[in-house]
Design a protein around this ligand. Structure first.
Ligand code: SAH
Length: 216
């Protein structure tokens, strides 16, 4: 498989025509080897235009959705970013290339471990991965200039609003368990201004301020 060619095609056919036009973001997608983040058995599909299963009932998001969420974050390179839902770690790698420091929280220990190992093997030194309920954020290192939630919530978890810095941007899918709307929330003078981007489907955010109100 010529993965470099598949990456180029993904950028040309899936991202640019749908409005992903930030050169730095496109370069990050040309660089990160997405095939390393999916199970061996689905490597051939790593660059296809849909999400893939990564085990534990979870998914690696569709490339376009990762790119759209990244573009909505308006990263300049200097930010401290909080990501909720590490999953495969692919989005984490993209964020690591475009920001100063990434803190990522995953509730399933086996996924967190795998992502941690892979990202360190790949040489990402500005990433820290934590196991826990990300619906409560990660207070210890707050405030964050950017927050990205990659699982669907019923509403924005209040701790995330608290941990978002003034003038900060949060991107989060909000809706019901089966479908959501991607929301961009900006914090200005302590208030949250929300904008809807587009419909999307994510696995549910499970936790105190997510669905089920508990951690398994
Ligand atoms: N960005 C990831 C998406 C993974 S799917 C990728 O592209 O690979 C969403 C992830 O959110 C799953 O791994 C799921 O286990 C995790 N998740 C769900 N609820 C969570 C919570 N409360 N805290 C942290 N992670 C959570």
């Amino acid at each position: 498989m010529d993965y470099k060619k598949l990456r180029e095609e993904m950028v040309k056919k899936q991202l640019i025509p749908r409005g992903i036009n930030d050169r730095k973001i496109l370069d990050a997608f040309l660089k990160v080897e997405r095939e390393r983040f999916v199970p061996l058995s689905s490597r051939r599909d790593a660059y296809r235009d849909f999400p893939l299963s990564i085990g534990e009932g979870q998914t690696i998001s569709q490339p376009y959705m990762v790119a759209l969420m990244t573009q909505c974050l308006e990263l300049t390179g200097s930010e401290k970013v909080l990501e909720i839902g590490t999953g495969s770690g692919y989005q984490t790698a993209i964020l690591a290339l475009l920001s100063r420091q990434v803190y990522s929280v995953e509730r399933i220990p086996s996924l967190a471990e795998r992502a941690k190992k892979l990202l360190s093997e790949m040489g990402y030194s500005n990433v820290r991965i934590f196991v826990g309920d990300g619906s409560m954020g990660l207070k210890e290192y707050s405030p964050y200039e950017r927050i990205l939630v990659t699982a669907g919530a019923g509403d924005i978890p209040p701790p995330l609003i608290e941990q978002l810095d003034e003038e900060g941007i949060m991107v989060i899918p909000v809706g019901d368990v089966y479908s959501q709307e991607l929301i961009v929330a900006k914090k200005q003078k302590g208030k949250i201004l929300k904008r809807k981007v587009e419909r999307c489907v994510f696995v549910p955010l499970i936790g105190k301020y997510g669905w089920e109100g508990r951690i398994d």
